[in-house]
Each structure stands twice: as structure tokens, then as C-alpha cells.
Design a binder for this molecule. Sequence first.
Ligand code: PLP
Length: 374
Amino acid sequence: MNSKIWLSSPHMGGGEQKYVQEAFDTNWIAPLGPNVQGFEQALQNYLKDVHVAALSSGTAAIHLGLILLDVKQGDEVLCQSFTFSASANPIVYQGAQPVFIDSEEDTWNMCPKALEQAIEARIKAGKKPKTIVAVHLYGMPYKHKEINEIAKAYEIPVLEDAAEALGSSYYNQPCGTLGAVAALSFNGNKIITTSGGGALVAHEEALKNKAIFLATQARDEAPHYQHSHIGYNYRMSNVVAGIGRGQMEVLNDRVKARRANFEFYKKHLGELPGLYFLPEPENSFSNRWLSTVLIDSAEFGEDAAAVRQRLEKLNIETRPLWKPMHLQPVFEKYPYYGESVAETLFETGLCLPSGSNLTEAALNRIVDAIGAKH
Ligand SMILES: *Cc1c(COP(=O)(O)O)cnc(C)c1O
């Protein structure tokens, strides 16, 4: 049997162990220490003109981001439906109500038209939404100009979910710096990983400090333990931040490798009838975190599910695209605005193996397997 080809597996650069060893050598085995500051600094140098708080996960970053944007019990939050559940779960943690928005075909991200319709309808119904959660899915930037124009006109801040988009940019501006606040993720399958981790990105140092305050149990200045806010235990540990420092040294290589995977698939499969790859809109640069393909079953002769099952038998892992939140049992009671773009993407799409550590032999195995019947 051929060895397993994974969808997206961790890829260490070699420099990580030095930083982790330093944490052990100096006994900084704590949720603070020089690696945490070093990792935050590396992210700030990369993203430029922002302040970064390293946290235990991307989900924690989204949760704190909502709190910083003053989302409270009973508020409404507009959220891209076509995403991973962690974009929406923290809205419910806050006792707020998600309102889901369909995608557009150009980027697969939040549709500006559906967004504006939703805002108008919610205001008419008596409540102005508090925040917009927009996502750069699979690394493709959402239409920031259009979304931001609407956000400004209605004075609703954007929480940018850049969990999948470190290394992507929009008109040369890095993803992770476009929203009022942004969330990054360093989970095991992301473009760089700390095994598990995340970060909140802010434009003012005061917001970063507030995020760190809330992430470390909201302890007031006092010799004893004094609290006037509800706190969380969301800070990144100094051990895993060492992995992050090493990963930042190879981030640009990881982006190159992921983009090369996409180009390889497009070159070798793009001519087959019924297979469609999402082009980069002008002035958008995607890290191509995951390479994805849409399959027209009538033209291709097989639907996405059949291709996935066939590849699974050949020990090649692929995955359906994210199932939209408005179709999830846990979220289906919440309002939804749009048509069936996200639903159709879910039904016809497939994520292909996309690790930055895929060998050319593995890539050839994948394209041969997909194209075998054609
Ligand atoms: C991974 C991911 C998250 C959550 O990040 P974690 O670090 O796993 O908590 C949030 N949003 C999107 C779109 C993601 O892909």
C-alpha cells in the first residue's frame, strides 16, 4: 500500500527546537516568557504597524475580539456562513445571536450584497448588528474594500477571521491587518503551527494590553488577587511560542510551497472537463492554505463525494469544503441572508492535499488518481 498522503500536516522548519530548548534551559515553562514576546514581535514585524497578543487558540482570539468590540448578551453579530464553526461559536459564548450571510462566487467569502441586505433587514426589524465577522476562507482574501465600505457606512466594526490567511494580502496589505481586530490561528493544520495556538491582532497597543489582561484572568493591580472583570485563561504558553518563533522563520517558504501545490494541480488537472479552480481576483494574493477544486459531476463523470471516496481507497486524504453554518443543526435556528452560493460550494467542492511538505511524487500520485478515469 502506498504511504498515506494527508490533507495538511504540520511542517517544522528546524529552528523550533532551539527556542523550545531555551524555554527548558531557562525554566520558562509558563504562560509568559521571552518566547511569547519574541513570537509576538516576529508577527508584528511581519504584519507591520500592528500590536499582537499571542493566545491559546484562534477561537480564543475571536472570543476576545468580540469582547473588545463590545459584543454582549442579546446583541446580533453578522457572520459569514461558509466557514469553520470556530468563526461563529464565540458569538454564542457571548450570549449574542449570529446572523449568517451567504458567500459570493468570486472569493467564496462574505457576499457584500447579502451583507447590506441583512443589515437593512435587521435594522428594520429593530436591532442594528454589533459586529461583522468576515473570513478569508482557504487563504483567499474577502472583498475588503466592498465589505469595509458597508461597515463604515453603517458604523459596524469588522472582526477579521484571518485564521486561514497568514501570508495572504489584499492590495499589498497583509491579511490580519484589515479588520478593527483580527484573529490568527496556529492550529496543527494551519499554514504555520505551534501545535495549538492563536493570536489577536489590534491597531492600538491599548487593545492588545486589554486582550492580554482578559486572557490572564483579568487580575487588577494589587498584591492580592483582585478582580473587577470576568477573565479567561487564554494566554499562549512560552513553550509553544518557541515553536511559533521557529515557524515564523519559514513562513514565506510555506506560502511559496502551498501556492506551488495549487499551481501544480491547476496545471495538471485544470484542462479536464468539469474541474474548476478558484482564480485569484486582481490585487488579491492568497496563501492557498488549502488547494480546492469544484467538480461539475455531469461534465466530469463523477461527483465530489465519489472522487473523495475513490482517493481514500488509494490512501489519499481529501475533504469536503466547509459545511455552511446556516445548515448546521446547532445554528439552523438563526437568521440567514443570501441564496445558495455557499450550499452549492459545499455540495460540489473538494479540498485536495495541500501540505507544504508534499513531495513531487505525492503530488503526481494525487493528480494521476484524480485524472485516472479521464
Ligand atoms: C482554524 C480556524 C479557526 C479557529 O482556530 P483554532 O486555533 O483552531 O481555535 C477559526 N476560524 C477559521 C476560519 C479557522 O479555519
